[in-house]
Ligand binder design. Structure first.
Ligand code: F6R
Length: 240
């Protein structure tokens, strides 16, 4: 694992952008695995700025997102569909038919199978990951099998608490379930880029890098991937 420790969130976002941009520039039809949450917002801002300033073309980019909440209307303000359109897709003008997210409504089992199947036709060139304070990747909570494919999960209370900041202002509860790429799905990516910032990630980052490879810390499986770059700020990296 290549580990880069920077001072702050801005530097983290710029470094992550360099890694992402190198992949986008080196492929004719880049396939990006993408994440939501607070961690990638700065990186996505850099991608939008670069698209606007330098004309980096996203018309041949295909994207697969890690996860989606179950039970929210697609256009609800807190779906990952909405998040991605607001924070990246509209800004880089990626064609709608090139973007994929798991579907959180309807026949969920079938949706998960269809998503996994859709991904089989592609090879993800770079998978971006944030990490949960409990070591989750995607919504693969502690205890998830390392062999898991795209599936429906019940979210842990700690994860729902972490994400309540987005739902509280709406007077709504965080959904109880989500659809997520599985750990085996994530591990198929050619390259993985993990970003983490802030004190509350320090233990998870430590366990991911230096802990035992165990399903109790889903991110620890990344020790077995041949091409992982981890970028952390000094707070998240303080135990490394
Ligand atoms: C998001 C995702 C999650 C987040 C993780 C960290 O698509 O799959 O694993 O990456 O919960 O979230 P933030 O970045 O909000 O701290």
């Amino acid at each position: 694992m290549k580990i880069i420790i920077v001072e702050n969130y801005d530097q983290l976002s710029e470094k992550a952008f360099e890694v992402m941009k190198e992949v986008i520039d080196s492929k004719e039809n880049p396939v990006l695995g993408l994440a939501t949450g607070s961690s990638p917002i700065g990186l996505y801002k850099c991608m939008i700025e670069d698209h606007k300033k330098n004309g980096t073309d996203y018309s041949k980019v295909t994207t697969f997102n890690l996860d989606e909440y179950v039970g929210l209307d697609k256009h609800h303000s807190q779906t990952y569909y909405t998040f991605m359109h607001e924070n990246l897709f509209e800004g880089v003008e990626i064609p709608e038919e090139n973007v994929q997210l798991p579907l959180g409504n309807g026949d969920l089992e079938q949706n998960c199978k269809d998503y996994e199947k859709a991904m089989e036709d592609y090879e993800v060139d770079i998978q971006l990951l944030g990490i949960g304070s409990n070591g989750h990747i995607g919504f693969n909570e502690p205890g998830t099998s390392f062999d898991s494919l795209t599936h429906v999960v019940e979210l842990k209370e700690s994860t729902r608490k972490d994400n309540a900041r987005f739902f509280d202002p709406l007077g709504e509860e965080v959904p109880t379930h989500a659809c997520t790429m599985g750990i085996a799905t994530i591990m198929k990516a050619k390259k993985i880029l993990v970003i983490a910032n802030g004190d509350n990630k320090a233990d998870a980052v430590y366990n991911m890098v230096k802990g035992e490879v165990t399903e109790d810390c889903p991110a620890s499986i990344l020790q077995n991937h041949p091409d992982v770059t981890l970028i952390v700020d000094s707070a998240a990296g303080k135990r490394l």
